[in-house]
Design a protein around this ligand. Structure first.
Ligand code: SF4
Length: 181
């Protein structure tokens, strides 16, 4: 059941929701075919050494509660539909971070018989974090860039995508720009 509020109350409610989202975005992680290297770096970013929680980011298990979908790996034929369904279950406004070269372009799996390519082949992506795997610092940089986009006047997927600086790609596997691909 949805409650209709007067405009001023609705505006205040939206501002409070945006403030809460900016200060504590809830994330869900999905591996659509990764070798797990990127997943381990995401775990490292969550541990006390790198501590992405200091930016308010917490990992949750349900897409219905998540603001941010963190994706790793290329999209395989088997996982494409699941990825799409997870994205559709998330409430608006929703944001997507693609972590790792495979999530950007398909990476080392790009010409595999079961590989469709990067995450953007299936759902819109807001922030790309290159690397194979990207370091936790690069993932945190991606999160910071995402927080800058949490703005009520911008529709994330349509407002353009961010790419974390290539200098963060210490393993040299970033070879093309998926935003213009
Ligand atoms: S980018 Fe590298 S570490 Fe990440 S899933 Fe692909 S091969 Fe594995």
């Amino acid at each position: 059941m949805s409650v209709q509020l007067d405009k001023p109350w609705q505006r205040i409610l939206d501002e409070v929701a945006t403030w809460a989202r900016k200060n504590s975005p809830w994330a869900i992680h999905y591996n659509s075919g990764s070798c797990n290297g990127c997943d381990i770096e995401i775990l490292a970013a969550l541990t006390p050494r790198y501590d992405v929680e200091r930016l308010g980011v917490t990992l949750h298990g349900s897409p219905r509660h998540a603001d941010v979908l963190i994706c790793t790996g290329p999209v395989t034929r088997q996982s494409a539909d699941r990825l799409r369904r997870i994205y559709e279950q998330m409430p608006e406004p929703k944001f997507v971070v693609a972590v790792g070269s495979c999530a950007l372009t398909g990476g080392v799996f790009h010409d595999g018989y079961n590989c469709l390519g990067g995450i953007e082949k299936v759902i819109p992506v807001d922030v790309f974090v290159p690397g194979c795997p990207p370091r936790p610092e690069a993932i945190i940089d991606g999160v910071v860039k995402l927080l800058q986009k949490v703005d009520p006047d911008r529709t994330p997927a349509r407002a353009g995508s961010e790419i974390v600086s290539e200098k963060e790609d210490t393993h040299g596997s970033y070879d093309r720009n998926p935003a213009t691909d």
